[in-house]
Write a new protein. Structure first.
Length: 155
C-alpha cells in the first residue's frame, strides 16, 4: 500500500504531480480521498453506518470511521472512488446514485504521519441492513449503526 501512487495537489487543489503514498504522508502532500457515508431510514429515524477499522490497519486500528473511504490512485477519477465502497463493504453502488456533499479539506499531524487530504464526500441513502454487508476483513472489522441525530450531536 505504501507504494501506491497518488496524485498530489497544491493547497488550492491544482494538480502538481504524483508521489507514493508513503511520500505523501511523510511530506504532508495534499492528495485526494473518497468518502462515502451510508444512511438509512427506519420508522422515521435516520441512521448512519460507521465501520470499525480492522486491527490490522496501520493508521487508527479498531476505531470507528466513515462507512467506506480510501485514497484515489493517480490514474483514478473521483467516480472511480466507488471501488472503495465495494471493496470495503461488498456493496456495489453506482456513482450516479451518490449525493455529493462537497470537498472537505482535512489536515492532521501525528507521529510520523502528516495527512493532508482533499476528501470528496458523498452520501448513499438506501434501505441497507447489516445483512447486506460483505466486509473486507483486512480493512473492516465490523459495522455499527447510530442514530444520525446522536452522531450529529456529538460530532
Amino acid at each position: 500500500m505504501e507504494s501506491e501512487r497518488l496524485k498530489i495537489f497544491d493547497e488550492d487543489g491544482n494538480p502538481i504531480g504524483v508521489a507514493t503514498r508513503e511520500e505523501v504522508h511523510a511530506r504532508g502532500l495534499w492528495h485526494e480521498t473518497f468518502h462515502c457515508w451510508f444512511m438509512t431510514k427506519e420508522d422515521d429515524t435516520h441512521y448512519l453506518y460507521l465501520q470499525i477499522r480492522s486491527e490490522q490497519k496501520k493508521d487508527y486500528p479498531n476505531l470507528l470511521d466513515i462507512t467506506a473511504a480510501g485514497h484515489l490512485l493517480a490514474n483514478e477519477t473521483v467516480q472511480d472512488g466507488v471501488r472503495e465502497v465495494c471493496e470495503e463493504t461488498g456493496i456495489a453502488v453506482s456513482f450516479e446514485v451518490l449525493k455529493p456533499l462537497g470537498i472537505m479539506k482535512y489536515s492532521v499531524t501525528r507521529e510520523k504521519l502528516i495527512d493532508q487530504e482533499r476528501a470528496h464526500v458523498f452520501l448513499y441513502q438506501d434501505g441497507i441492513t447489516f445483512t447486506d454487508f460483505r466486509l473486507q476483513r483486512e480493512e473492516v472489522a465490523g459495522m455499527v449503526r447510530v442514530r444520525f441525530a446522536d452522531f450529529y450531536m456529538f460530532s
